[in-house]
Every structure is written in C-alpha cells, then in structure tokens.
Design a protein around this ligand. Sequence first.
Ligand code: ADP
Length: 302
Amino acid sequence: MGDVIDEKRDGEIVEGTGRNNIKSKDARGVLEKIKKAKTVVIKVGTSTITHHNGTINLLVVEKLVRALSDLKNENKNVVLVTSGAIGVGCSRMGLTKKPESLPEKQALAAIGQVNLMHVYSRLFSEYGQIASQILLTKDVIEDDERKLNAINTFNTLFKYGSIPIVNENDTVATEEIEFGDNDTLSAVVAVLVKADLLILLSDIDGLYDKNPRRHSDAKLIPIVYGITRQIEQNCQNTDNSFGTGGMITKLAAAKICNSHGIPMVIANGDNPYNICRIINGELVGTIFVPRGGEDEDERSAG
Ligand code: ADP
C-alpha cells in the first residue's frame, strides 16, 4: 500500500493501490465534490442484501437503512435502488435456485418485492424516514412524457422528504422494456434525478484488473478515468446464483454516469457504512471519475 497514484491520462486508467497520496487533480476535485453531494443514488446487489439461501441479510439491511437515514438527516436527497426481489421470493417459496421460466420469475418477483419493501419500510420508519416505491421499465425513459412524469415524481418525493426505493418492474417487464440489470437502472435513475453521485454496493471491494474470484493476484483499481477495452476484457461475469449483471453491467453504468458528469463508486456492501466513508470524501473501492467531472454546466438529464 502507499504507492503514488499516477497522473497519466492516456490509456485512460490510473492504476495503483495508494489511497493517501492522490496526485491526480481531477480525482481530488471529484472527492471534494462528493463531500458536497446533494443527491445521492445508492444501488445494492442481491448478494449484498441476501444470504446465499436468498433470505434477507437483516444485519446488512439494517446498517444500510441506518446509513441512508443519516444521509437524509444531513438534508441530502437519497434514492435506493435495490435488487433482491426474486431471490427473496425464491426463499419465501423454499426454492434454492432461480427458476428458468419467465412467469415463475415474475411471480417470484411479485412475492419477493412485497417482502423486501416490508423490511425496508419498517426499518426506515424506525429512523423516522418515509420510504416510497418506484418500479420502472425502460419504456419510461424512452418516451419524453413518461420520462418527465418520472422525474416529477422523484422530485416531489424529495420535496416530501421521502426516500424512493427503486427496482425494475420485474413482474411486467418483457425483453423489449426491461433494463435487464439494476446497475444500468441505477445509472439511468442517477441521470433522471441529476444525482451528484452513484454508489454501487457489491459483493466485492471494487473493480480489479482481473476477476479476483478466479485470480488470487488480482489488484484493486482505485481510480478509473474511462472504460477501455482492456478494462472490459478484465471483467468476466459473475457466478452467483441469484444475481444478474456482474462487473460488465457495472461498467455499463459507469459509462452512462461518465457521459453525464456523475461520479460513480463501486464499494463493498458487506459494510454499508462504506457509504458514509465515501460521502466523507474517502477513497473507498473504485471511483470512476467522469468526463467533465469538474464542470457542473456539462451535466444534463436525458
Ligand atoms: P452484485 O450482485 O453485488 O451487483 P455481481 O455478482 O453482479 O455483484 O458482480 C460482482 C462480481 O463480478 C464479483 O463478485 C466477481 O465475481 C465478478 N467480477 C468479474 N470480473 C471482475 C473484476 N475485474 N473485478 C471485480 N469483480 C469482477
């Protein structure tokens, strides 16, 4: 630990394990901006909030809710994008693995979503917060009027001081209208609400130079300035039984954020208090520094 992070911008990636000595002006600037973030979107993956058997990991969810409630107390707008409905549905029905057929998956999503929301809503209430639910499909952002409606709904929920909890509307989504994964969905939501930061909490510390589940010498990449083909090649997909996505979809989310000037962080969700460390300007996990990240005016939703 302790190596100096390179200033190099060609090749678009800054590698190194140093966490203290950040030379890059952009990265420093972004960390400073993150501290002042007004609107934050946090996405949690299935493997973060559920045990291997699909039941809800109450300890993690409690910490998550506590951390988000604290952000809310600091007067920030908070959006939670949560996966896990199908996994929780499977566990409610005593299934050990996600079924193949669409009707079964959609039915399990319907069962799991209620359970998930019940837990979130109850825990948020304990901290005096008002949770709300928004289920989205891709057609919402493809149609200008619906998109505007969605934006207005988010903004009104912020005005009410509510914490919107977002998921794909799995029970009706068909291939044409599905986002397919919540990493992409969370980036789209970040754009809709003009977020200052997207945090993806995963089952891994961040982006590595190769899949750490398969290579014991994989190194964490703390700062990324752009997604190169090399980075994409480094990300083989995940093997977990309930999740979808993997690192590839996190890179897709980073690209969306990047083109809208929104910084994105991948961090380990095992400890949801990582959210607080990130908001305090600490370099945790992997930060994707957006293009034009220094310039607020370059940002636009759409
Ligand atoms: P989540 O459910 O938390 O969103 P995923 O399981 O979908 O997480 O994605 C994270 C997984 O991606 C890791 O656990 C790992 O197996 C896989 N992965 C593949 N390539 C990489 C890489 N280069 N760096 C980190 N993780 C990688």
